[in-house]
Ligand binder design. Structure first.
Ligand code: ACO
Ligand code: OAA
Length: 377
């Protein structure tokens, strides 16, 4: 049993967590006991982050205090502003830029020298990371387009402020609420790969900024958070091909392509987050251009019938963000802007009951070779 190989750690239990529960057969997700459906419709991102970090939903006064404290941390230090400019000028990939910025933020964090497991210091560091990453992402996106950054505003919610900094104008209620909902939906998801990467890093008693930096790098891959960008690029390919979406998918599968936004390690049915986001994508489409939603539905139906595959969160976030006018290559960074709340919660949990995470590989290499000096090989 000890030598049973579990490739990809499928089904392996490595920790106990009170943060999120996924029922992969029922298509159900809860954060700390609350259904994602209720949280997505009723709670703000700030409220959900408080819930994840502190264990309970905040009372009104606590929420206001928490949200205010986070909003005052939105500004970037001069050094980080310079770095963002440099990354934009170098046309860095947005997720690589986010990874570099997350690491850089520790240089200016007043708690950087605290014990890595100090919970109060980590809550302050977490607040700064969560507050500053959206500012850096919006500034990076504007600078590479030749526009100057827009300073954050403390009077706007986390979601509305990001759209304000990105576009230079206050979003209307529909956009702000849709974006807030998207942030809530992406905030946590059990031991997904990026969260696990954060936990592995924290388990060595490394610090929170290192854990978040590891996690951003891990989220960027196309099998994980990177898929939301791939989905939109696929929908555009479908559109440009002029083909029926089902035919396009058939051809892609015949060429050995995986369809981004489909399949999941834990869900055997439609991801509940995709269910909620598909409603948003539909509503935005009906108010504007419905073809992106229509292509998505056609692809979903076809893959369900032909392959038994269901959409994951990345499938309908793509057309939702596209219809909100968000540039395609910052969809994954936006995922990070939300998931940082979950990463921090898991790191806090890891430190509370830490043990070094260190699995094994079955060695299948040679064992008894004789060493020869280089010039005798
Ligand atoms: C936020 C997130 O991270 S959600 C996931 C985002 N990633 C994607 O959308 C990328 C596309 N999806 C995938 O590659 C996979 O479904 C993953 C990586 C999400 C899950 O991977 P795993 O649990 O390891 O499943 P695995 O790769 O073994 O797939 C099982 C079977 O389903 C098929 N399959 C799974 N997903 C897809 C897909 N998107 N397109 C086509 N076939 C697929 C595989 O080919 C495999 O079939 P086989 O057994 O006949 O070879
Ligand atoms: O749980 C996973 O493996 C991937 C995922 O959906 C997420 O991180 O949101």
């Amino acid at each position: 049993m000890a030598d049973e190989l579990k490739k990809g750690l499928e089904g392996v239990l490595v920790a106990e967590s009170e943060l999120s529960f996924i029922d992969g057969d029922a298509g159900r997700l809860i954060y700390r006991g609350y259904s994602i459906d209720d949280l997505a419709r009723e709670a703000s991102f700030e409220e959900v982050v408080y819930l994840l970090w502190h264990g309970d939903l905040p009372e009104a006064g606590d929420l206001a205090e928490f949200a205010d404290a986070m909003s005052t941390e939105r500004d970037l230090e001069g050094g980080t502003q310079d770095l963002v400019r440099e990354l934009a000028a170098a046309d860095e990939e947005p997720m690589a830029a986010m990874r570099t910025i997350a690491s850089d933020l520790s240089a200016y964090d007043p708690d950087a020298d605290a014990d890595p497991t100090d919970r109060e210091a980590n809550l302050r560091k977490g607040r700064r990371l969560t507050a500053k990453l959206p500012t850096a992402l919006a500034a990076f996106t504007r600078l590479r387009n030749g526009d100057e950054p827009v300073a954050p505003r403390e009077d706007l919610s986390h979601a509305a402020n990001f759209l304000y900094m990105l576009n230079g104008e206050e979003p209307d209620d529909v956009l702000a609420e849709t974006f807030d909902m998207a942030l809530v939906l992406h905030a946590d998801h059990g031991l997904n790969a990026s969260t696990f990467a954060a936990m592995v890093t924290a388990s060595t008693l490394s610090d929170l900024h290192s854990a978040v930096t590891s996690a951003i790098g891990t989220l960027s891959g196309s099998l994980h958070g990177g898929a939301n960008q791939d989905v939109m690029e696929m929908l555009k390919e479908v559109d440009e091909s002029g083909k029926d979406p089902k035919q396009w998918i058939d051809d892609a599968l015949a060429n050995g392509r995986r369809v981004p936004g489909f399949g999941h390690r834990v869900y055997n049915v439609k991801d509940p987050r995709a269910r909620i986001l598909s409603e948003k994508s539909k509503a935005l489409g009906e108010a504007g251009e419905v073809k992106w939603y229509d292509y998505s539905v056609a692809i979903e139906e076809y893959l369900r019938e032909e392959k038994g595959l269901a959409p994951n969160v990345d499938f309908y976030s793509a057309s939702t963000y596209y219809q909100m006018g968000i540039p395609i290559d910052i969809y994954t960074p936006i995922f990070a802007v939300s998931r940082v709340g979950g990463w921090i919660a898991h790191v806090l949990e890891q430190y509370e009951d830490n043990r070094l995470i260190r699995p094994r590989a079955r060695y299948v290499g040679d064992r008894d070779l004789n060493y020869a000096p280089a010039d005798e090989r």
